[in-house]
Design a protein around this ligand. Structure first.
Ligand SMILES: [Fe+2]
Length: 323
């Protein structure tokens, strides 16, 4: 089975006894999904990593199937949604499956229509993720150009995309939400395109008039990204990335959970990156001091649960990156 061409397929159906699942394969095809059967093995990980698969359906029989899912999901940037089909006698694998990131567990015998509907929903989310990534590719180039106006923030938006993704992953966000947070991390300051360059490059204290310009960048950015396909997913995050947990942020003075989750994540990561990189008025803080300051700001400036999630990441992930 493994030599079958996958060019035309978008769903991988993985089982040791795939003929038993043939009914599901037929049903999924009837629903318009393209399905490729495959035995478990390293080749499955390879196909998922190539980005040609929209969803994986795997029959869970043992810890090897769990290990296979773990390999696919271990990359925080992995997007492929996984549905695991379990026999009742393997019920003990369910918790392990969710623990390694399987998106949905269903028990055999499963209703083919329910399976098809669930897979189609996950596939649509996956496709939306791809569209979002493609669209941010274009605006990302604009965002990088805007960033060049301020030499002290070189590499900042790429670091924000990566670190925001790690925090979203740690918080257990869905694939689509994780992709949206990463996109918002990249594009959060794109509204600075509407701020005069001389203000962005200023190394002296900003005047109230300068601040009036600066404070408009979240709403300008939200308007820009809302023009993207699926931009409605990231626009609220961009608009709210300077809100504060205590309500003293801008532009809408939102408070606590009223601030979109993505905006809260980017707010914490933005502050952490600013602390750990050199700025015109000071050198980068060391990691311990930056962690202390985040902890001090938890509950006033920052969402405490997000500070906790960020600080729980490995030192390797949090290490300052050279620009
Ligand atoms: Fe900003």
């Amino acid at each position: 089975m493994n030599d079958i061409s996958l060019e035309a397929y978008t769903v991988l159906l993985v089982s040791n006894e795939y003929p038993k699942l043939d009914e599901h394969r037929f049903m999924l095809q009837q629903m318009g999904l393209r399905v490729a059967p495959m035995f478990p093995g390293a080749a499955v990980v390879g196909f998922c990593g190539e980005g040609r698969i929209d969803a994986l359906i795997i029959e869970g029989r043992n810890f090897e199937s769990i290990a296979l899912c773990r390999s696919i999901k271990s990359d925080p940037n992995s997007e492929v949604p996984i549905v695991m089909l379990l026999h009742e006698k393997y019920k003990h694998l369910e918790a392990e499956a969710y623990d390694v990131g399987v998106d949905n567990v269903m028990y055999l015998p499963v209703d083919s229509v329910v399976l098809g509907t669930r897979v189609r929903r996950l596939t649509q989310q996956h496709q939306a993720s791809r569209h979002l990534e493609d669209a941010t590719g274009v605006l990302g180039a604009v965002a990088r150009t805007v960033e060049k106006h301020d030499p002290y923030t070189s590499g900042h938006i790429e670091r924000l995309r990566t670190l925001s993704g790690h925090v979203a992953h740690r918080l257990g966000l869905s694939n689509l939400d994780l992709i949206a947070v990463r996109a918002a991390g990249l594009l959060h300051d794109i509204g600075k395109i509407a701020v005069p360059v001389e203000i962005l490059r200023k190394t002296t204290e900003l005047t109230p008039g300068d601040w009036a310009y600066i404070k408009q960048h979240p709403s300008h950015g939200a308007d820009i990204v809302s023009t993207l396909r699926h931009g409605d997913l990231i626009s609220p995050m961009v608009r709210s990335h300077h809100e504060r947990w205590d309500g003293n942020g801008y532009p809408d003075h939102l408070k606590a959970e009223h601030i979109p989750l993505g905006g809260r994540i980017i707010g914490v990561v933005d502050a952490f990156d600013a602390m750990t990189t050199d700025r015109p008025y000071r050198l980068a803080l060391d990691a311990r001091e930056a962690r202390n300051r985040l902890s001090v700001g938890a509950g006033t400036q920052f969402d405490p649960s997000i500070v906790e999630a960020l600080l729980s990441l490995s030192p390797r992930v949090l290490a300052p990156k050279s620009n």
